[in-house]
Design a protein around this ligand. Structure first.
Ligand SMILES: CC(C)(COP(=O)(O)OP(=O)(O)OC[C@H]1O[C@@H](n2cnc3c(N)ncnc32)[C@H](O)[C@@H]1OP(=O)(O)O)[C@@H](O)C(=O)NCCC(=O)NCCS
Length: 171
């Protein structure tokens, strides 16, 4: 299994190219990208899988708000270079990131993705918590995960972009 390390600034172009291959170059029009605009990612949770100097997989996280008082990590994008799929790299990236997130004190994560895949890591339909993402057409793809017991109890409402000032605060 390739080692996982933190993303470095110079990885940017290779990661963007991998994301274009995985999601298509029109990926920036997706609702989840509105939540990231102008906001710094959570750098400690932006990881890559690398082998022989090539990036084989990437995962990034952003901070988001939920409703009036809630907060969470937005997991994603997560992508593995297509020829490398099915080797467990995606799972390793997700487990490593979620373990680090919990260790850093983050209490919840949300994601837009396939429940058939992210359900393996404990993600459940966000609708069961009353959490929604305005503008998301396939609402069944909105998922949520409590990283600490009960962290999503009473958390409900729309997922929104954090304010740039709040995003610069440590978790
Ligand atoms: C989804 C993705 C990150 C998985 O990476 P990976 O390294 O192949 O994942 P793993 O090797 O850990 O797991 C592979 C397993 O996940 C399953 N899987 C992959 N994508 C899936 C999906 N969209 N829905 C359901 N299951 C999926 C595979 O069928 C495989 O199942 P198996 O273990 O029963 O054989 C990768 O396929 C990818 O980059 N896809 C395109 C980008 C994308 O859709 N990202 C968001 C996904 S929520």
């Amino acid at each position: 299994m390739p080692p996982i390390r933190k993303e470095r600034p110079q990885d940017g172009p290779e990661i963007e190219s991998l994301l274009d291959r995985a999601f298509g170059a029109d990926r920036h029009s997706r609702s989840s990208y509105r939540l990231r605009e102008g906001i710094e990612p959570v750098h400690s949770l932006c990881l890559v899988a690398e082998a022989e100097g090539r990036i084989l997989g990437t995962i990034r996280h952003w901070p988001v708000r939920i409703g009036t008082t809630g907060s969470a990590l937005l997991l994603g994008p997560i992508a593995v270079d297509p020829p490398q799929e099915g080797r467990g790299i995606g799972g390793l990236l997700i487990r490593t990131a979620l373990d680090r997130a919990a260790a850093e004190g983050h209490t919840a994560a949300v994601a837009v993705g396939a429940q058939g895949y992210l359900g393996r890591f404990g993600f459940k339909s966000a609708a069961r918590y009353g959490i929604n993402l305005p503008g998301l057409k396939q609402s069944g793809r909105l998922l949520a995960l409590a990283l600490a017991p009960g962290a999503l109890d009473g958390v409900k409402g729309a997922i929104a972009r954090v304010s740039p000032e709040a995003a610069s605060c440590p978790p």
